[in-house]
Ligand binder design. Structure first.
Ligand SMILES: Nc1ncnc2c1ncn2[C@@H]1O[C@H](COP(=O)(O)OP(=O)(O)OP(=O)(O)O)[C@@H](O)[C@H]1O
Length: 262
């Protein structure tokens, strides 16, 4: 095995991020292993989205280092950052589709930006990505306003997969979905991770997702990762927030529902 296959997909070390006087992430460290689904949980406003946005370079950090796929953006030229950005896909919280573009054009968008391929091939690849997430050729010509919440998430996922990424960042992928659609979306994420060998960084509040999709979980509190590991580690954790989240009534209900196969 080479060093490249053994190093984590993402290594966050001693990261500090803040806005004005507010420190959101306070010397936070976290590894995301290659090929795993890591679920990131934490209280509302606790900094999960800030962490994700800082990792992908959308927010500045005050200290610490971030290495993605062996590249530390502090130590490389802008061209190298553009190359690395092609190797991940992002599903933002509300889907963030372009309302004036069709579903197919939305999925083609990153390909237009990064790939020099013919119109025909680009359309074909977009349709293949849509099929991969369970959508049909007739869905491809719809506009975002004509889609259900679950379909919107699927299109956003197809767009995140457009460039065959190695890492996918998902910000609350099941929020706003009914439990059945959420369960189907979780199953889709798991299937894609297994078949494509993806590394998945998933911010979520959804206990069902944590139970059924995530290999490991990182719990954020007080600007740090206070617990990291599989569900068994969360259940044994004595940190007050982690304890109330994973051992509260909602958690027990989700666990019972997961064990029934829902
Ligand atoms: N661009 C910004 N400018 C100023 N403050 C910000 C900005 N982005 C986030 N914050 C603040 O950082 C804190 C963490 O926000 P973040 O969105 O990461 O929380 P979260 O854990 O994802 O919450 P939720 O679960 O509710 O989505 C909040 O207090 C928020 O107001």
């Amino acid at each position: 095995m080479t060093a490249a296959t053994t190093t984590p997909a993402i290594r966050v070390h001693d990261l500090t991020v803040g806005f004005g006087d507010q420190i959101v992430l306070d010397h936070l460290s976290l590894d995301v292993r290659r090929g795993e689904v890591l679920g990131v949980v934490g209280a509302s406003g606790g900094g999960k989205t800030v962490l994700m946005r800082t990792i992908i370079g959308l927010l500045p950090k005050r200290g610490g280092s971030i290495t993605i796929l062996d590249v530390d953006r502090d130590h490389v030229q802008p061209e190298a950052i553009r190359l690395i950005e092609r190797r991940w896909g992002i599903l933002f919280q509300q889907g963030a589709l372009f309302s004036s573009l069709t579903v197919r054009q939305n999925v083609e968008f990153p390909m237009r930006e990064y790939l020099d391929i013919s119109d025909g091939l680009r359309q074909e690849v977009a349709l293949a990505k849509l099929k991969m997430v369970g959508l049909s050729a007739s869905d491809a010509e719809k506009f975002p306003a004509e889609l259900s919440g679950g379909m919107t998430k699927r299109v956003a996922l197809a767009r995140a997969l457009a460039l065959d990424p190695e890492i996918v960042f998902l910000d609350e992928p099941t929020s706003g979905l009914d439990p059945i659609s959420a369960g189907e979306f979780d199953a889709l994420i798991k299937t894609l991770q297994q078949t494509l060998g993806l590394t998945v960084f998933m911010v979520t509040h959804d206990l069902d997702s944590l139970n059924t999709v995530c290999d490991r979980i990182a719990a954020l509190a007080d600007g740090k990762v206070v617990a990291e590991g599989p569900m068994s580690v969360m259940l044994a954790c004595e940190h007050p927030w982690v304890k109330s989240y994973f051992q509260g009534k909602r958690a027990r209900d989700a666990e019972a529902s997961a064990s029934r196969g829902h």
